[in-house]
Ligand binder design. Structure first.
Ligand code: ADP
Length: 166
């Protein structure tokens, strides 16, 4: 089941929340900073052992002080001109995050709007890629039952609502 919510992703009670991290995995601004603050310093300690993460790839940690038991850290592409593979890399973020969740036997996962903050990926196109890549992944049966698109803004929420109705 696909759902959208307007919420702070750090508050969600799901098996995994996804972090729009940077390649160091050592924290940053935006949703990344919020997740590290809410999860506590143990998260940074685990992230230090992961040797970073490439754009489009994903790594899993525990959720520490979050309600979510796991955090899947993925690194979205920085928008350049749209002709530098940004769309494929963003699709890979969703697919690789879902694959990690399925490999761990998780049932529910929430995504933020990856790359649409300081990485400047156009919001409409990013939402389309998010919905398409999640739908494509769910064509194959796995443990995953619920995918939440957790929007921070009302505008993003409206965008996902209309895509999910279509
Ligand atoms: P990126 O570097 O991938 O662009 P950002 O964190 O700057 O990542 O922004 C990604 C998205 O996360 C934006 O839509 C931003 O509004 C949203 N966001 C920021 N804080 C939170 C939060 N606490 N919960 C959910 N979404 C958030």
């Amino acid at each position: 089941m696909l759902q959208t919510l307007q919420a702070d992703i750090t508050q969600l009670n799901v098996d995994a929340i996804v972090n729009a991290a940077n390649s160091s995995l050592l924290g940053g601004g935006g949703v990344d900073g919020a997740i590290h603050r809410a999860a506590g310093p143990e998260l940074l300690a685990e992230c230090r052992l992961l040797n970073g993460c490439r754009t489009g790839e994903a790594k899993i940690t525990k959720g520490y002080r979050l309600k979510a038991r796991h955090i899947i850290h993925t690194v979205g592409p920085i928008w350049n001109d749209g002709k530098s593979g940004e769309a494929d890399k963003l699709r890979a973020c969703y697919t690789n995050s879902l694959r990690l969740a399925a490999d761990a036997g998780l049932q529910s996962i929430a995504f933020p709007c990856i790359s649409t903050g300081v990485y400047l990926f156009p919001a409409d196109q990013a939402a389309q890629i998010a919905v398409e890549s999640v739908r494509a992944f769910l064509q194959t049966p796995s443990s995953i039952q619920t995918v939440i698109f957790c929007c921070f803004s009302a505008a993003d929420r409206a965008r996902y609502e209309s895509l999910l109705e279509a």
